[in-house]
Design a protein around this ligand. Structure first.
Ligand code: GDP
Length: 444
């Protein structure tokens, strides 16, 4: 998938923050320098990189101390928020005309994926909105484009208006629109011609089509693999046609993906969908937040952090954080934490938000047994205060006493103590901002 290298680079930048209790101005400068290089290597346009880095510096220097997050997590949160902003903030829905039909025009360079996208979108509209679209084949220059659209139409059982390849595209569109009006179609998707490069003739033709069709959406289809060029192409198309949105295709490829990061900032126009494969189902609505956390390689980790922040009592979590930092976390805290985690919601839902876990086979079957939590609480209650606060060695004799006191087996007590120690290590890892260590411990 796209962005793999960028993700790796950013993760190694964040790793350098591990264990820091405070982040100095120098640290911020150092980190942002590395992020800058990583973004440029991913082919993100220079002006976009500059703005991004400036924003992060402004926010990360003198970052306020939060009760719930350590400095490394805070920097990651800032990077995530700024990345989301660069990607457009929120979701941008497909516009709909108050009068039928809604006319959507696809534009872009040859090979960007316009025809394929037209098919994907028509399918989506048909299936999700029960729409009755008509596709117009106005790409008369690329060999086989008309045939390709006809084939897609047949596959999807969606009509295609075409007049072969010898007619003038503007006339084809005009007659196609008439047919759509006559048949009271609710959507018209116009597949226009592209060129290998932008030229005036192409732009004039597209402007003419725009003038007669008055489309609600002019969607620029851009191939993510074209890197820096994509940003320039987008800028020109936008200047000439005032596009309404962007589609980034081929994000499934092994691309650096920088185009996706630059285009919104450069054109000011939202990315609406991404293409993630050649099949007609490989279309995704574009969500800036999700893309950002994917680029940062943290699944929905950030949602998890937010959830934790919202749930955890501030005072209690400050106390807990202090204990973790000083490695004083004990059995009583463990039980307290179990209760809090339980109050966050169903454990299997939470697990799915943790990166790596969602792809694990059998994750759907994971359930946390409330009885298990009750059993653990009973074991802690059977400990003496010294044992609970880790002031006494848990010898086999003591373990046996805890077992019989709580109605558990010796093996279960051993298992519990082992789990406690692992959690403690894991929290230590989390305090150090080292997500990878945490993950491998959790998986192990
Ligand atoms: P057009 O000239 O802009 O109409 O481009 P096409 O729709 O013909 O697409 C060009 C090529 O890119 C075709 O081989 C498509 O199958 C392929 N393609 C389109 N979108 C995607 C995508 O999201 N991922 C991948 N891997 N290939 C795509």
């Amino acid at each position: 998938m796209a962005f793999e290298n960028l993700t790796e680079r950013l993760q190694s930048v964040f790793k350098n923050l591990r264990g820091k209790k405070k982040i100095s101005e120098n640290d911020v400068l150092e980190i942002t320098k590395e992020i800058r290089v990583a973004l440029l290597e991913a082919d993100v346009a220079l002006p976009v990189v500059k703005k991004f880095i400036r924003n992060i510096r402004e926010r990360a220097i003198g970052v306020e101390v939060s009760e719930a997050l350590n400095p490394a997590q805070q920097v990651i949160s800032i990077v995530n928020e700024e990345l989301t902003k660069i990607l457009g903030g929120g979701e941008s829905e497909l516009l709909k005309s108050p009068k039928i039909p809604t006319i959507i025009m696809m534009v872009g360079l040859q090979g960007a994926g316009k025809t394929t996208f037209a098919g994907k979108l028509a399918k989506k509209l048909k299936e999700e909105q029960n729409a009755r679209p008509l596709m117009i084949a106005a790409d008369v220059y690329r060999p086989a484009a008309v045939e390709q659209l006809k084939t897609l139409g047949m596959q999807l059982d969606i009509p295609v208006y075409e007049e072969g390849t010898s007619e003038n595209p503007v006339n084809i569109v005009s007659r196609g629109l008439k047919k759509a009006a006559d048949e009271r179609k609710d959507y018209v998707l116009i597949d226009t011609a592209g060129r290998l490069e932008i030229d005036d003739k192409l732009m004039n033709e597209l402007q003419e089509i725009k003038a007669i069709a008055a489309p609600t959406e002019i969607l620029l289809v851009v191939d993510a693999m074209t890197g820096q060029v994509a940003a320039q192409v987008a800028k020109t198309f936008d200047e000439k046609l005032d596009i309404t949105g962007v589609i980034i295709t081929k994000l499934d490829g092994d691309t650096r993906g920088g185009a996706a990061l630059s285009i919104r900032e450069i054109t000011g126009k939202p990315i609406k969908f991404t293409g993630t494969g050649e099949k007609l189902t490989d279309l995704e609505v574009f969500y800036p937040e999700r893309m950002s956390s994917r680029i940062l390689g943290m699944g929905d980790m950030l949602t998890l952090i937010e959830k934790a922040q919202a749930q955890f009592d501030e005072e209690q979590s400050a106390k807990l954080a202090e204990k973790m930092a000083e490695n004083r976390f004990d059995f009583e805290d463990f039980v307290e934490q179990l209760d809090q985690v339980q109050s966050m919601g169903p454990m299997d839902e939470i697990m799915k938000m943790i990166p790596g876990f969602s792809q694990m086979p059998g994750i759907d079957k994971v359930k946390v047994d409330p009885k298990d939590i009750a059993r653990k609480r009973a074991m802690v209650l059977s400990m003496t205060p010294k044992e609970r606060h880790l002031e006494a060695e848990l010898s086999p004799a003591r373990r046996r006493r805890i077992a019989s006191g709580s109605g558990n087996s010796f093996i279960e007590v051993n298992k519990f103590i082992k789990q406690f120690n692992q959690s403690k290590d894991m929290m230590q890892g989390m305090m150090n901002g080292d997500m990878n260590a945490m993950m491998s411990k959790m998986m192990g």
